[in-house]
Design a binder for this molecule. Sequence first.
Ligand code: NAD
Ligand code: UGA
Length: 465
Amino acid sequence: MKVVNICCIGAGYVGGPTMAVIALKCPQINVTVVDINQQRIDAWNHTDLDQLPIYEPGLKEVVAAARGRNLFFSTEVDKAIDEAQMIFMAVNTPTKTEGEGKGFAADLTFVEKCARQIAEVSTTDKIVIEKSTLPVRTAEKITEVLSSNNKNVHFEVLSNPEFLAEGTAIEDLFKSDRVLIGGDDTPTGQAAVGTLVSIYANWIPKGKILTTNVWSSELSKLASNAMLAQRISSINSLSALCEKTGADIDEVSKAIGMDHRIGPKFLKSSVGFGGSCFQKDILNLVYLCRHYGLEEVAEYWHQVVKINDYQKNRFAAKIIAGLNGTVNQKKVTFLGWAFKKNTNDTRESAAIYVADVLLEEGAELHVYDPMVKEDRIRLDLMTLWEARNDSKDEIAAKLERCVVHLEHKTALENAFAIAILTEWDEFVSYDWKAITEKMMQPAKVFDGRNVTEINDNINQYFIGK
Ligand code: NAD
Ligand code: UGA
């Protein structure tokens, strides 16, 4: 099949950057990214590239080069579907909040809606690609939905999970470790795989494009995230032991990682992993294992999430203990709210959960993050509290004690404690001596990312030291 038009449904953290890079690298193909969220599409089309809905280093340069040439952002979903030979589904797949599998299984409502719309609208053959992260054997369900098309259209469903990490998305897309494509072992399935391979081959070396069966591809995505998160929970569990024994987690991590069989990456101890996917994907894996009656396997992976919750709570407890057992009416300043540096994404950020504990204990919380806006921070907290059924009065009272700053200096003055929640580079280069002189004494800094230098003038608390 000759691909002239690509459509991507979902203009989020995956759809936007991946399609921008495909458009940049394949100028012969028109790429249209569609979304039902008008505001998001408007932001993607904004003339000021600093207003793009996602902050990602290098993204605005790629959008500037391709947008209007062969990269388009639109809310005309039906039109883009009908005109495309290849459709990527990059919609969100959050954890279910109700019904069967609540709290564990992936909510496939958005994926199913996409498939239904593709089935309804399509008048020509299409290759439909799962870009979203999905439970193993979802392609079966998508194929079933697509078969409701009554216009004699042939659909080939492929799995092509995305492995980019936020903050390095463009770099990751330019130089992927691997591109994974799963397809059916039938002549039409293999032809579709070949067509997708030929698109990536415009910039990815062939040796890095791995083709498998659909189920291996779907499962490999969940398994990759589970293995990465498992390393973080492993090192974080050891950080608790370090604090009891006098061992230093950064030294332990270095020593472990120098074994080339283990390697140094994803062994940085922290306040806990965040982001939209690690927890969601592991819980989904747990659900799948339980579904297949593999209780021990389910429990093994569940522990990765439980250790992560333990780590966030441990950090909050460390702040409270460091402030003589109470934070009530004390100004505590958070540096960072995003779940990692170089992104404005805050989904499942550890900061939200640590903030929750401190606000429950009566703290006056002040927050500064170079990329996250006040509205987002307030919404993150409100979403958590509403889901927990906190009363309106309680929520209002806690929000009143939460102040968001546009610059760090005002956030830090007169604070009893500073807590570093995100490892933004600018925090490391602050003049810490000058900052702590303006704090309540004795000044205390709780470094949840182990990024600040040891400073004899400050009471510093690290993870795992
Ligand atoms: P996102 O929430 O940022 O974006 C999803 C977009 O899909 C939203 O803008 C939403 O409005 C849109 N959408 C939902 N239903 C739609 C419909 N029927 N028609 C048109 N638009 C629709 O999500 P994301 O972070 O981009 O993640 C998307 C998928 O990719 C998830 O399955 C996730 O697990 C996976 N993934 C995410 C990352 C990441 O770094 N964020 C990395 C790899 C994989
Ligand atoms: C992660 C994976 O790295 C991607 O490969 C995957 O595509 C993506 O999830 C996804 O499926 O969404 P992402 O969540 O964007 O990417 O970012 P990571 O760099 O993996 O960081 C996740 C969290 O772990 C962050 O909170 C980060 O601070 C934390 N982390 C990471 C640590 O605490 N220690 C480490 O050593 C590494």
